[in-house]
Design a protein around this ligand. Sequence first.
Ligand SMILES: *[C@@H]1O[C@H](CO)[C@@H](O)[C@H](O)[C@H]1NC(C)=O
Ligand SMILES: *[C@@H]1O[C@H](CO)[C@@H](O)[C@H](O)[C@H]1NC(C)=O
Ligand SMILES: *[C@@H]1O[C@H](CO)[C@@H](O)[C@H](O)[C@H]1NC(C)=O
Ligand SMILES: *[C@@H]1O[C@H](CO)[C@@H](O)[C@H](O)[C@H]1NC(C)=O
Ligand SMILES: *[C@@H]1O[C@H](CO)[C@@H](O)[C@H](O)[C@H]1NC(C)=O
Ligand SMILES: *[C@@H]1O[C@H](CO)[C@@H](O)[C@H](O)[C@H]1NC(C)=O
Ligand SMILES: *[C@@H]1O[C@H](CO)[C@@H](O)[C@H](O)[C@H]1NC(C)=O
Ligand SMILES: *[C@@H]1O[C@H](CO)[C@@H](O)[C@H](O)[C@H]1NC(C)=O
Ligand SMILES: *[C@@H]1O[C@H](CO)[C@@H](O)[C@H](O)[C@H]1NC(C)=O
Length: 811
Amino acid sequence: MAVLSFMLISFYLFLSYSKVSAAADTITSSQNLTDGNTKTLISKNGSFELGFFSPGKSSNRYVGIWYKNIPVQTIVWVANRQKPIKDLSGLLLINSSTGNLLLSQNKTIVWAATLKRKAQNPVLQLLDSGNLVLREANDENSENFLWESFDYPSDTLLPGMKLGKDLRTGLDRRLTAWKNENDPSPGNLTWAMQVDSYPEPVMWLGSRKVYRNGPWNGVQYTGRPTLIRPNIIYDSMYFNDGNEVYYMIFLLNKSKIVRMTMNQTTNSQHQLVWVEGKQNWFRAVSLPRVFCDGYGACGPNGNCNMKKVPSCECLRGFKSKSPERWNALDYSDGCVRNKLLNCKNDGFVKYIGMKVPDTTNSWLNESMTRNECREECLKNCSCMAYANSDIRYGGSGCAMWFDDINDLMVQPDGGQDLYVRVTASELENNNGPKWKIGVIVGSACVIISGMLLVLYYRGRSRKNPKGYTNEEQKEDLELPLFDLSKIATATDNFSMDNKIGEGGFGPVYKGKLEDGQEIAVKRLSRSSGQGLNEFKNEVILIAKLQHRNLVKLLGCCIQDEEKLLVYEYMPNKSLDSFIFDQAQRRLLVWSRRHCIICGIARGLLYLHQDSRLRIIHRDIKASNILLDSEMNPKISDFGLARTFGGDQSAGNTERVVGTYGYMAPEYAMDGNFSAKSDVFSFGIMLLEIVTGKKNCGFYSNNDTYNLIEYAWNLWREERPLELIDECIQETCNLSEVRRCIHISLLCLEQHPQDRPSMSSVVLMLGSDAVLPQLRQPGFFIGEYLHGGSSSPFKNSSPSTNELNNTVVEAR
Ligand SMILES: *[C@@H]1O[C@H](CO)[C@@H](O)[C@H](O)[C@H]1NC(C)=O
Ligand SMILES: *[C@@H]1O[C@H](CO)[C@@H](O)[C@H](O)[C@H]1NC(C)=O
Ligand SMILES: *[C@@H]1O[C@H](CO)[C@@H](O)[C@H](O)[C@H]1NC(C)=O
Ligand SMILES: *[C@@H]1O[C@H](CO)[C@@H](O)[C@H](O)[C@H]1NC(C)=O
Ligand SMILES: *[C@@H]1O[C@H](CO)[C@@H](O)[C@H](O)[C@H]1NC(C)=O
Ligand SMILES: *[C@@H]1O[C@H](CO)[C@@H](O)[C@H](O)[C@H]1NC(C)=O
Ligand SMILES: *[C@@H]1O[C@H](CO)[C@@H](O)[C@H](O)[C@H]1NC(C)=O
Ligand SMILES: *[C@@H]1O[C@H](CO)[C@@H](O)[C@H](O)[C@H]1NC(C)=O
Ligand SMILES: *[C@@H]1O[C@H](CO)[C@@H](O)[C@H](O)[C@H]1NC(C)=O
């Protein structure tokens, strides 16, 4: 039936369409396209179609171009973006006396093309590239068009379309996002070529830059995002002959369908590839992707490095302009020089693998060598940095930057050398290769700050041998201090009725403040292992962390030996109360579970990498993930978190703290913890979310010892889908679930170095790229699992070891 009606429609389309013109893909001035009649114009090979359409939920009519062979309506160009037609009276025609292309309604002109020259006998044609052109009838093979839609892009860049400026005519081809999916009128997100002396494509939100691609360096745009796998489908290029400067994407595989589009809703540029097998668009790249991609993430003269924590640092010879704001993660003021340049005997520090700075204040000479460039830069006191403009053949050309350097970033793969000017005194300390100096300066900093820390804490403990008073607390924490009596009232004197859970270090109560705000109060049991130190740690940490996937600390209370933490109240309790509950689990459909997984991953990424302090949670588990009223996940319970500054990323602890069943082997066995042990716990939780089964206490009748082994066995036998929780089996997206299982097994690799970082996890969850091969999941191949006395799974049959218990064990 569906097939039949499809055939009928096609037949009808063919009929009505063939009435338009015998030439099949042109309209002449004696013909027209009228709305309310299914006439459209189709390109020769049938790839694109032009006609009237209504976007999304709107009933407004527009003339546009879309893919003919794609079932998902995908508009690539709109004529009358700002002037919708409200009914079906639209008419697209070529005016027989002027030769111009017009869109009219009731004799009023809604939209008109701007011709390059006077037309004689024009015809309108839709080319196979998606370009709508007006050309002379007798001029079929020339590119000498009277007008073409590629000169007036909407929100989409197709392969072969130019994005950039014609310097002779001033024509500026730029992408502008639709206001939203129901309204194609121009939003304020644009993608355009910034044509200064050293051109580069830039993304704007209104008048604010939000992302740069970096200029072309002969090989690629220096800030081009690194793709997880080599892109064999399309690539981008750069053209500049002094008359025209443009960016273009082109297909490497001609049989693929690719587009680049600006989206006001996501504030991103998406590069999408049509996947025939799935009959859907897949995002190959979305920009900006990471914190450092955001324009000026670290402010002027700051350098952004995703591999470092914190990611922002000042260039050498610079210090933060407003240290307080900088320390509070507000980098907008950036950095200033320690000492003003005296312009004599200055030198340069070489940075390797950089996305070069914003080219607004730059200067370019493509025939100079690097040494000439250096000399030229030294001559001008406001020259701050230089680089080769072409990195091929050992490097050539000279680009110089003046005054503040903006939007500098370490490009994880690729990038190029950049030389930043510093004073002679800054260089004096340096006798030897630059990298050595970096190490020496770096370790000196670590040692000095370590000493300072020790002194600081010594000083403090002398001052306050018994811990600190409320007075000092206030200064320290900048966090509201709640009065004990108020909290007692709010929680009905910590009544059993108000108790909502038992966390690692004590009970949690629900409460309601006088002003009606609902709170959750964590009351630290006096017998708990969490001493004043851990408490301080948790309070100070959480107070500094702000992320939508972290539970928010509203305040605390230290009074009469009571230690209380006051959090925002999460009405939906914790994740484990859903996934492991026979009734509740049905509410958690796959798409919701997927959102939760992604949210937790982002929260954890923030803890590991993006927050100012590097934080390892050390007790990631389903019961520590709380759900807000919209079921957004929030990571809670930072009592165990460890803070690190700088590069330190792993440690060894005397006390193993965490929950067996979620602990990474190296942590449970040897007390070695790192961000990768959190990744392991995340992997367990991911598996639990997909399977609806608990790892700790998991048992099955076929001789498997735990969920990981069970999952791994099914995976090896290529039956991973049998793992899926039966109540989501029907509704889930199988390829997404399969991907999640694969990612979870990657997180569960035995060796920490084989596990992905959380940033890779977030990338893998959000893309469609090929995932790495699995090696050896932790905790069942190692002999210590089935044997040794320290086996964490030994006592974990469901009857003997209650689940979710946090174990605190002195070693
Ligand atoms: C549109 O074209 C049709 C057939 O080609 C013709 O009958 C009609 O008069 C045209 N309308 C206008 C307004 O030119
Ligand atoms: C065509 O252009 C002429 C001259 O500008 C104008 O008078 C006429 O109304 C136009 N015809 C249509 C159908 O718009
Ligand atoms: C177009 O003209 C017709 C007839 O004159 C009229 O009924 C209709 O309301 C007009 N439509 C618009 C949108 O002006
Ligand atoms: C039509 O032609 C375009 C441009 O030459 C090409 O990219 C596309 O694959 C072709 N489409 C079909 C359906 O042949
Ligand atoms: C922008 O992205 C959102 C979310 O992916 C999507 O729903 C929307 O349709 C997109 N907007 C346009 C104009 O394509
Ligand atoms: C962009 O437009 C949206 C809505 O159209 C508006 O809310 C937002 O403030 C604008 N942003 C800028 C930077 O102009
Ligand atoms: C191009 O894509 C087609 C269809 O996806 C595929 O069959 C073909 O192998 C690809 N060609 C190359 C050279 O990768
Ligand atoms: C670029 O540098 C070359 C070599 O130093 C010089 O001859 C030429 O005049 C310079 N061009 C400009 C525009 O400065
Ligand atoms: C240094 O360069 C800036 C920017 O190009 C220019 O305005 C200034 O005149 C130059 N100064 C000297 C002394 O050449």
